[in-house]
Design a protein around this ligand. Structure first.
Ligand SMILES: *[C@@H]1O[C@H](CO)[C@@H](O)[C@H](O)[C@H]1NC(C)=O
Length: 361
């Protein structure tokens, strides 16, 4: 055994000396063509530097070698075409995606914005993530997305930190449906310390298990949202934590919306110590009457909301807003305490609140 081991050891050493380990390879993609992408994708350190991605093409960083680092440097832009995108797609295990100081990934959304969001011009989604195995996305600066920003689908053990999504220009220039984080069919995803200025949900979780959204700032969008849940292929949210976030000048603060007539479930959801201010529609809204982008007023119980903890959430809504709206059926096991939302008025049509939960409108 000793002999066999030492032969194996020296063989490995000889290999290491004569063949540079691919782990050391650093490859840079720059200019305005993706023609070298298939070579670059085999490197374990990929630098995207001042790249202009051609119109209608995806910066395809899928199936990267395990352990690869992708660094965005300088300004990344994209040619204009009406198409669904994504502009960038990244997948693999143990992947580190980082932004160098001063970099920006600029979607130049004004070319697509027409105030119509999901309809009107066909607009590309921005960054599709299929990351697993303790992958990290850290410190990216995303600007002016044409449409939805991060699609977090089929991800597991992924941490997204200190990402800035700045679509402020879209407030006056027709930006719409610019969700920052759309999460579906994912497990163990942590999103923390991010700053979002947009025109739709700061985060929307349609399905997934153990999704955490901690210490983020959300400005001027639609707030923190579970849902809409129902009507997709995966309709179960089990384990969501939104803690210590700030939701500012947004349509809603904290929200769960489930689809009327659909089936699924929303379980073990925790909204704890979030601060809201300047909320324009509803401070806290939990409703089961969502259909085709609207509330119908008819609530069904096929997507029960159970195991909800709503605790120590504080802040204020504008004078025309409602503080709390709850319109659910088949809900159970809620704990509601220490919440204080001021301003606006109360919503009169609340129904379905589980008895003994402490919740009220
Ligand atoms: C209530 O939820 C259960 C699942 O927990 C489901 O089986 C039942 O059909 C639901 N009831 C209604 C009225 O939708």
């Amino acid at each position: 055994m000793i002999l066999a081991d030492s032969i194996l050891f020296s063989t490995l050493c000889a290999f290491a000396v004569s063949t540079p380990l691919s782990k050391r390879d650093s490859c840079t993609l720059t200019g305005s063509s993706l023609s070298s992408l298939s070579t670059v994708k085999k490197c374990s350190s990929i630098i995207i530097k001042d790249l202009t991605v051609p119109a209608g093409e995806t910066l395809d960083l899928t199936s990267l070698i395990s352990g690869t680092t992708v660094t965005f440097e300088g300004t990344t832009t994209f040619g204009y075409e009406e198409w669904a995108g994504p502009l960038i797609s990244i997948s693999g295990s143990k992947i580190n995606v980082v932004g160098a100081s001063g970099h920006v990934i600029d979607g130049q959304g004004a070319k697509w914005w027409d105030g119509k969001g999901d309809s009107g011009k066909v607009k590309p989604k921005f960054v599709k993530l299929g990351l697993t195995g303790t992958s990290k996305v850290t410190g990216l600066n995303i600007k002016n997305a044409p449409h939805q920003v991060f699609s977090v689908n089929s991800c597991s053990d992924l941490t997204i930190s200190s990402v800035t999504v700045d679509i402020r220009d879209g407030d006056s220039a027709g930006g719409h449906n610019t969700d920052a984080f759309d999460v579906g069919s994912s497990t163990n995803v942590l999103i923390q310390g991010c700053t979002v200025y947009n025109q739709d949900d700061c985060i929307a979780v349609n399905s997934g298990t153990t999704i955490k959204f901690l210490n983020n700032y959300c400005y001027n969008g639609h707030g923190i949202s579970i849902g809409s849940v129902g009507g997709r292929s995966d309709n179960v949210v089990n384990g969501f934590w939104a803690e210590n976030n700030n939701v500012i000048d947004s349509d809603n603060g904290l929200r769960i919306k489930t689809v009327e007539g659909a089936t699924g479930s929303v379980k073990n959801v925790n909204f704890i110590s979030n601060k809201i201010s300047g909320i324009k529609d509803y401070g806290i809204v939990i409703e089961g009457d969502y259909l085709n982008g609207k509330t119908t007023g008819t609530v069904t119980g096929g997507v029960p909301i159970s195991g909800l903890v709503m605790e120590d959430n504080t802040g204020s809504v504008t004078s025309s807003a409602k503080r709390v709206k709850i319109l659910v059926e088949n809900a159970s096991d809620w704990e509601w305490s220490g919440n204080s939302i001021t301003g606006g008025s109360s919503f009169s049509g609340c129904s379905g609140i589980p008895s003994g939960s402490g919740a009220s409108c």
